[in-house]
Write a protein that binds this ligand. Structure first.
Ligand code: COA
Length: 738
């Protein structure tokens, strides 16, 4: 599998030839800049290189030698003159040569002075292994602040502190500057891990899967170099084909989204994000806020930027090793090839559950299969060759399935038969399918000896033990392929009455923020260009019949009161009122219901509204303190949180992105018209979502808003918002991360 990418010329060398790193007196490559000073140095100083073999400093030095680093190595230790047969210097300043990068592993009290030495020496890259900074409390945080400030002031780039180090496995560098016991081989994966300890586990798994790296970095406290910087570093690196991140926190999620959106169009970005919430347990009174604070949002954020999220490192590697060795599928039609019925059923279920389809095999394919398979074999999909299936037949059948135009991917299942060992089946399969333009994923349900044997085979495509993870991987690969091909679309800007919007928000802001009164909320929405069924606000009960005749029957009566948030929950909404008598009855009933819910005292008046018709949709927004505006839309009405049939998008978005999200909602299906209904006005909904995106992005003082319900009329007839709530940020709201 994992064909190691072809060596690329060293950076900074315009001729594209690989320059010798040592012993060349005529041409010296220019000093590396930016992150290249860390990952592609010509020389490294290990400060705190220990005389003790089983110390962190000792391991750092021996790993550099073990990996065969192609540049110069300078151990620094005031108490030694030679380490690993190499001259040792008391300080970095005493090194007679240029030094590009320093690995710092001295006790924390000495880190600042050592880094200042490095700056004086002109060192541009730092990897600070030392722990005892932000992660240990206030004093450590202060030390980290001073360290970061020094690094920034001197124009250096620093990985860490509190990290396990970095690896660049590219053959021209072959640099292992970690204290990990497991080395890394060269391959197409770049990995940034926020946890050092997990980093070792990652290197172990990669080694057993024979998956190689361009670079591996343990990020530590991310005081200077962030995961966002790494994403950017790898974005156009031709050798890095897959980027993987283990994240515990997003330093700057908004920036992550911006970068990831771009990078994922070029190569897959896989993320394991521990901790499932973005906004944490923020109290939120809107539907959108409540859903955004839940786990829905982080998935939405990652999905919105085309990132593949895995729940575990194991899942991530399942996917990474397939991506490293297999092409992306061009469609979602899967053919299953098996020698056992039960696992084929499991595979079928898994494929369907993952949103893929079973391929329809062509008549030609069936004919070709029938020519050599026994009459008991099943030639539909799954193709069940029954237990007697030979290694040769596996190879032949897989080839035939791959040649079928209606097949986008093949899932092979082998349960160890009596006659043919899994190894011979595997070999036949590899011989028949390697180099295929369509992905082939294999599930071998074999005994332990086979998996042990697989570990000693040369690099090979992944072997899954069960159908479910293989199906999940195929689905993710299809998602990645679709995302990469999806046209970017165009961003559209709408005319809005910005002055009016600004004035409404400023008025509320002066009063400390909070909910806009209904009139202002409708004015705001209307100023943003969204049609509203303007409510008539009636303070006195006696004025209701007169105003009702002005609004026109049939109408809806709603309770009005700043503290009444979800009106229908307390009996505060009555629809379908056709005349004065029905109105009087509805008022009476509403007051009784409000009293029953203890909300009568909050009743400040009534709202009369022309009754709208169509599909009920919710469009909402919440301004996450770290991410910025998140806009949600989906099935509206009272049961938004129960059905959770919603998608989040992150402004700015294109019409195409909204349409794509809509197509994956049940609300989208409803809008296209079920059981002979006329389809709803999808374009109107998309436009409204885009307008809310623009509104919330342009006016960050909108902390939360819900347009619910937004009635979508039949196609071409647009629709109307009948209720809207808008909360303006106040003193208690945290501002953006920027
Ligand atoms: N310049 C150069 N060398 C120095 C130095 C300086 N200013 N100060 C100390 N040293 C040398 C010491 O002489 C020692 O060498 P020796 O073993 O030959 O005597 C070596 O640096 C290490 O110093 P020592 O005092 O023995 O510390 P240590 O090895 O016990 O611990 C760290 C140093 C950095 C490993 C430790 O402080 C630490 O942070 N450990 C945790 C690291 C970690 O977990 N990181 C995150 C991983 S995910």
């Amino acid at each position: 599998m994992a064909d190691a990418p072809a060596p690329a010329p060293r950076r900074g060398n315009p001729n594209g030839t690989i320059l010798p790193l040592t012993g060349n007196k005529t041409r010296t490559p220019p000093p590396p800049r930016g992150l290249d000073a860390v990952f592609r140095p010509r020389s490294i100083a290990v400060i705190g290189a220990s005389t003790r073999a089983h110390s962190i400093g000792g391991n750092l030095l021996s790993n550099l030698f073990r990996s065969g680093f192609t540049g110069k190595i300078f151990p620094i230790n005031p108490h030694a003159s030679v380490l690993h047969s190499v001259k040792c210097y008391p300080t970095v300043g005493a090194v007679p040569d240029e030094v590009d990068c320093a690995i710092v592993s001295v006790p924390k009290e000495h880190v600042l002075e050592v880094v200042a030495d490095c700056a004086r020496k002109g060192i541009r890259g730092l990897v600070v292994i030392t722990a005892g900074f932000k992660e240990v409390g206030a004093a450590g945080a202060e030390l980290e602040r001073r360290l970061t400030e020094l690094v920034r002031r001197k124009g250096m780039r620093m990985i860490g502190p509190n990290c396990m180090g970095v690896i660049n496995a590219e053959p021209e560098y072959s640099m292992d500057a970690t204290f990990s016991p497991t080395p890394a081989s060269y391959g197409p994966l770049a990995f940034a891990s926020q946890s050092g300890a997990l980093g070792v586990a990652i290197l172990n798994v990669a080694q057993s899967l024979k998956l190689g790296f361009t670079q591996f970095v343990s990020m530590g406290n991310k005081a200077n170099v962030s995961s966002n910087d790494m994403l950017t570093y790898w974005e156009d690196d031709p050798r890095t084909r897959i980027i993987a991140l283990y994240l515990e926190s997003f330093g700057n999620p908004r920036r992550f989204v911006e970068i990831a959106r771009r990078v994922t169009k070029k190569k897959p970005v896989l993320v394991v994000k521990s901790g499932r919430t973005v906004a944490g347990a923020r109290a939120a009174s809107s539907h959108t806020g409540a859903l955004a604070a839940s786990e829905v949002a982080i998935d939405a954020v990652l999905e919105a930027c085309g990132v593949s999220r895995s729940d575990t490192i194991e899942e991530l590697f399942d996917l990474a090793s397939a991506l490293a060795s297999q092409p992306l599928p061009q469609g979602d039609r899967v053919a299953i090839l098996t020698n056992a019925g039960g696992p084929a059923i499991m595979a079928t279920d898994a494929v369907i559950q993952q949103g893929l389809r079973l391929a329809e095999l062509s008549a030609g394919t069936r004919r070709k299969l029938a020519a050599f398979l026994p009459p008991e074999a099943s030639l539909g999909n799954p193709v069940d060759m029954i237990a007697s299936a030979s290694d040769v037949n596996y190879g032949r059948a897989a080839k035939i399935l791959l040649a079928d135009r209606g097949v986008d991917a093949v899932l092979v299942i082998n349960v160890t038969p009596v006659l043919y060992g899994p190894r011979t089946v595997w070999d036949a399969l590899m011989a028949a399918t390697s180099g295929s333009k369509k992905p082939v994923l294999s599930v071998f349900m074999a005994n332990e000896a086979f998996y042990d044997e697989a570990r000693s085979m040369p690099a090979h495509p992944p072997i899954y033990r069960f159908p479910e993870p293989a199906a999940r991987v195929l689905a993710e690969m299809w998602k990645i392929g679709r995302w990469q091909k999806k046209p970017g679309g165009t961003f559209r800007r709408f005319r809005m009455r910005s002055t009016a919007i600004r004035r409404i928000l400023a008025r509320r802001k002066r009063r400390g923020g909070g909910y806009l009164d209904p009139d202002d909320a409708f004015n705001l929405l209307e100023a943003a260009g969204v049609p509203v069924a303007r409510p008539a606000y009636v303070r006195r009960e006696m004025d209701l019949p007169r105003r009702a005749r002005e609004v026109g029957y049939p109408l809806v009566l709603k309770a009005s009161g700043e503290k009444i948030v979800h009106k229908s929950d307390v009996g505060g909404v009555t629809a379908g009122i056709r005349d004065d008598a029905e109105l009087a009855a509805a008022v009476l009933r509403m007051k009784t219901d409000l009293a029953r819910h203890g909300a009568l005292a909050q009743l400040e008046g009534f709202i009369l509204q022309r009754e709208a018709a169509g599909r009920e949709i919710v469009v909402g927004a919440t301004n996450d303190p770290k991410i910025g505006p998140l806009v949600m839309f989906g099935l509206g009405g009272r049961y938004v949180e129960i059905f959770k049939d919603v998608k989040f998008v992150l402004p700015p978005v294109t019409r195409e992105e909204v349409l794509d999200a809509l197509s994956r909602l049940k609300a989208g299906v409803l809008l296209s018209g079920v059981r002979g209904e006329r389809p709803g006005d999808r374009e109107f909904l998309v436009e409204t979502v885009l307008r809310i995106c623009q509104l919330t992005a342009d006016f960050p003082d909108i902390a939360e808003m819900d347009v619910n319900p937004l009635f979508i009329a039949a196609r071409g007839r647009r629709g109307v918002a009948v209720d809207v709530r808008v909360r303006v940020s106040g003193r208690d709201d945290v501002s953006h991360a920027g």
